[in-house]
Ligand binder design. Sequence first.
Ligand code: 5AD
Ligand code: SF4
Length: 450
Amino acid sequence: MRLEEKSYLIMAQNSSEMLVINKLLNKNNIETDLVPAPPEWGTVCAIAVKIKGTDLETSKNLLHSSGINNAKILEDRKLKLQGLIDKKLGLMVSERFLEILKKIENGDELQREEIIYLLSTDKKREIDAIFSAADRIRKETVGDVVEIRGAIEFSNYCRKNCKYCGIRGQNSEIKRYRMTEEEIMEVVAYLHSLGLRTVILQSGEDPYWTMPKIINILRKIKETTGMRITLSIGERPYEEYAEFKKAGADNFLLKIETTNRELFKEIHPDDDFDTRLQCSKWLKELGYINGSGNIIGLPGQTVEDIASDIEFFRDMGINMIGIGPFIPAKGSPYEKLTPGDIAMTLRTVAVTRIVCKKVYIPSTTALATLSKDAQVWALNAGANTIMLINTPKKYRSSYNIYDNKNMVDLEAAVYAVRKAANRKLPSYLKLPSYLENPDFDFAAKQEGML
Ligand code: 5AD
Ligand code: SF4
């Protein structure tokens, strides 16, 4: 293979060195991408800096002249998979599908029409083959461990009015709350005691939480626990994103929700598609591990729209992709609409894994809300992370972005990981002893029998 076609991964000793390397290269006009590190390197630093083959020598020199000598560089090989197709399968699926599967085996980039085919085929054999390809790719790119993160929904005030959302500003039927700094820190301490490494701070777009207030909480979390921090607080000016990064935020979740501009406008009366896009680009530029995602089953959304979303995630180099079904929310204009389809959501998870490869894909809370086992299905369809909801009980029911929201707790997460095929809980997780018992009866507990 020629150098132009190759890419390389630079593996740092830790996350701050990784960011220093990333900045250094960008400053010298070398394009980089932050991608999850291959599983065997995961314990050193979870994120690798990806560069093009043609930039290899310059990058090496830059690292050397800046005194960074410990970073390892390895070739990022195209992911080749053997054994996706056997003779029997070849006879049972369409010619077209077989061609696509060959491209997947070969690690070649799929075209838009091919993505659409994968999302829309209704042949059982083909669907099975899509899910098993996704599961293989998940295993080879991010391994068997299901990363567990803890989320705190620290304010449900929102200045916006997204039509699907239950906490939109104009919904007067819900009780509004803001957690105090002490309350937030209490939950952070609990998550830390569980051994979790990442805390997610999520809220509506709440003007009360100004930049200095957010910075304050970021610093406190870093100082007391050293945990990685994911912010999910919506659109903010570039300067604020930059300051949050400096104060210790590592990741940012800002979902595009849909890449269909008209649909985006329709569901977001206060938002502008280009602004959302700009924010996402800024986050990337600033070195955040960049999260996006979409909602499946929005009114009028087509399979073509979903294919465009997946292409967007790939082309933007998105690192975390949250894919959830639309769920009607009381007090919202979409209250009476039908929920998104679980099967379509799972198919989107699988095709996203096939197309985007080395990314974090959560088994979303929205899926868990529609069915108790949907989180297990998503783990089997390419997902590799679970987010626990740790908002204090007295506030939880008020963070109803949609109805009957499942409060995925530690038990639910352990249940999903144990029930999914051949998956592992992370070794950093410190389980309470009753959950360490692999035979713990979750069903009985849920029904109040234990
Ligand atoms: N159905 C599904 N997802 C929703 N979200 C908000 N409201 C709904 C809903 N009714 C999702 C959005 C948002 C995230 C915080 O929750 O994708 O980004
Ligand atoms: Fe606010 Fe987010 Fe809900 Fe939109 S989706 S109304 S920005 S909380």
